[in-house]
Ligand binder design. Structure first.
Ligand code: CDP
Ligand code: CDP
Ligand code: CDP
Length: 240
């Protein structure tokens, strides 16, 4: 029997995964785990080095990756997202992993099978193991992890799997509202990254068969959070 409640949130770029996942986790007192940040870190490290490592698995596994815990939720569910700080080999790379250069390269690095294998082990270690029977660092009763392959590959037995989508135009507008930039260029970047993420051979972006799909194009962040928290509570009550 699973002792850790696992909630998997997957979907295309800027569909609202991390902001909603973080608010859900903070509402429930669960750990929030941003798996995209791990791929972004490995991409940043590679871009700084400039040459391909001889062994991508060693290169990835030897990288010390840490995500800070988020404070309990106060205030409105629609508040600007609070994001964990991200440390790579002891350095705070929270801002450095969100640059255009990392956006442009991350899907290529994330398609390398040895990178995925090394980060799969990391993701499971952070989230209670493949089936939620191992303890979670920090002692949390549950985890919310967002990414592309969480419900399909990382936590195949997750008690709740959500696949968040939204129209590409809406996703680009949301990114612009948060961080600025040119809407059309951002939309092109998101669509290109989604195509690469869906096309790769190893654990591509796709909805798990047992995931609930939610189109959030016309939904506020707070509405999405309330729905997902409700689903988690239903499943916890039904003892599953
Ligand atoms: O925040 P955004 O949706 O733009 O991206 P992210 O979640 O930070 O993920 C960045 C990239 O990492 C994705 O485009 C994927 O190429 C890769 N990724 C992945 O392959 N598998 C995951 N579980 C999470 C991210
Ligand atoms: O993690 P992902 O790339 O899927 O998206 P995100 O970074 O969580 O969301 C991108 C932006 O959309 C954030 O500024 C959210 O606050 C916003 N958002 C929204 O306006 N409405 C939603 N229903 C969900 C997210
Ligand atoms: O606090 P600091 O500005 O150093 O870092 P942050 O706010 O956590 O993230 C750095 C930048 O990346 C901010 O401009 C965020 O809005 C942006 N960001 C983003 O565009 N998409 C994300 N999924 C996360 C952060």
């Amino acid at each position: 029997r699973q002792s850790v409640f696992q909630c998997a949130i997957d979907g295309p770029a800027a569909s609202g995964k991390s902001s909603c996942a973080a608010a859900v986790a903070r509402t429930l007192g669960f750990a929030y785990l941003d798996s995209g940040a791990l791929f972004r870190c490995i991409t940043l490290k590679h871009l700084r080095r400039g040459t391909d490592p001889t062994d991508w698995h060693d290169f990835t596994a030897a990288t010390d990756l840490r995500l800070t815990a988020l404070p309990p939720l106060t205030g409105t569910l629609d508040a600007a997202p609070v994001r964990p700080r991200v440390y790579m080999d002891g350095e705070d790379v929270t801002a450095a992993i969100r640059t255009p250069a990392v956006n442009e390269h991350v899907s290529f690095i994330a398609a390398i099978p040895d990178v995925r294998t090394a980060l799969l082990a990391k993701k499971r270690a952070l989230g209670g193991g493949i089936d939620g029977t191992l303890p979670v660092p920090g002692g949390y009763a549950g985890v919310v992890m967002d990414g592309r392959d969480i419900g399909s590959t990382v936590f195949p037995h997750a008690q709740l799997k959500v696949f968040l989508t939204a129209a590409a135009r809406v996703r680009a507008e949301r990114r612009v509202r948060e961080a600025g930039g040119d809407r059309d260029l951002i939309e092109q970047e998101l669509v290109k990254r989604d195509a690469l993420d869906m096309a790769r051979a190893v654990s591509p972006l796709r909805k798990a068969g047992d995931a609930v799909e939610l189109d959030t194009s016309a939904m506020a962040q707070g509405e999405v959070v309330v729905m997902i928290v409700g689903w988690v509570r239903d499943r916890m009550r039904s003892g599953n």
